[in-house]
Design a protein around this ligand. Sequence first.
Ligand SMILES: [Ca+2]
Ligand SMILES: [Ca+2]
Length: 504
Amino acid sequence: MALMGLAANAQTWTPISQHVTGTDFLTGETVSTQEIMVDSGKALLIDYSATWCSWCWVMHQNGVLEAVQESLGDQVQVIWVEADPSTTNPAEITGTGSTRGDWTNGGTVPYPIINDYNFTNITGGTSSVDGYPTVVFISSTGYWCSVYGTDWGFGPYSGSEAVTAITNLIANSPKPGDLMGIKCPAVGKINQPVTFIADYIPIEGATAEWTFQGGNPATATGDTVTSTFDVVGTYNVTLNLTSDAGSYTKNATITIMPYAYYMDFEDETECDNWTYIDADGDGRNWSLGYLRGQGAGHDGSNGLIGSASTYRNSSGQWVALTPDNWFFTDAIELPDNDNLTLTWFEKGQDGTYFAEKYRVYVATAPTIDAATEIGHYTTTKNWVKRAIPLGDYKGQTVYLGFRHYGSTDMFYLDIDDIAVSLEAVVGINSVSDITMSVYPNPASDKLSVKAEGLRQVDILDIAGRVVATSTTNTVDLTGISNGSYIVRVVTNEGTAIDRLSIVK
Ligand SMILES: [Ca+2]
Ligand SMILES: [Ca+2]
């Protein structure tokens, strides 16, 4: 008993993904997790099983689910789910076909049976099912943990053991007033407010008090607060939540990167207020979502922005476009810093038809008339980093513009990771031809660098200290700890930088 109590205390609680509904195979009635948890205040015990599964059948024969439903039914609702997408014959549930037997006990089991694997969406879909059976306990407050194999084991167990384990889980599950954590980004931008949210189970009269190492303000009170950091570094954030339910503390860290602006396109909503101009008037323009989720972005990320110079018509034929497509970012307040550098990554998406042409602008308003060209480029089939000094625009409010123009009948122009860096990047030509690649990224013990006219490679920590240096195209990383770093590559043409993660 004591061991089971300890196991329950050690549970990891994960917020549910969504509420779900299903149809009870026995009664035809709708089963709604929202009604059970929110309206009735009950926890859920869900058994994701498969009709062919022998261990599931052992648990069934031992009457584990019945025991929990009958002993704890005022606090817990048991649900049995046929969660194998490949099970298509409902008759297997009542003992006909490829099945272990009658899972309904002649229609007498005291809990609903859901023959729909979509019911697993409450815990994140079938990927949350770690084999059959997977038994999950879900608190009425909306947090779940897996219980089969930890509390109950795979050996002989009984209904009474299950009742004890679930009683302990109810006692230890997240309650109103419990502090679950701090929601905040892992990386913030220098001189820009970072939002922090207290993630706790709702309770009246809770007070959230924050302290921010290196932040302004250094303390704050409220469920959602912001603080701004004006020095690159990694800082501790502490949250204390006090309510009638008690006082809890959680910690987080935030790493502030040396960017005045940074757009990785992983959250499309950050581009909601951008300006798009289809100057050629063909109804086609830059798109944020056309390849989302396929790892097509820079560094294998999912988000990027792209524009096409060809398309496939409804007959399946490729038709050439002559794009003159513009986008302007939101207004960016550039800090008063001589070292400001605009960097981004470009790629022609097709391995053969990759030569896309485009131009880059700084604008005083998000219009073509207010835009000044600062560089023009032709893409290759690889991700290439480009850089332009922006020191001439320090202290100004500007919009960055990209224009897909001058190419036709290629495929897609891809742009990703647009940043305005505060790093001291010197010697870069106004139209930069410096191309470099660093790999692997993340790296562990050794980094390789490819760049024409390479003279020196430095690895800097986020405070700007050089932690490794090399005059060849490899850098020894042994002795450098895990974290975020900057690679500075000095070539005959100038200097370029890139981000680097070191993971041992
Ligand atoms: Ca167009
Ligand atoms: Ca991206």
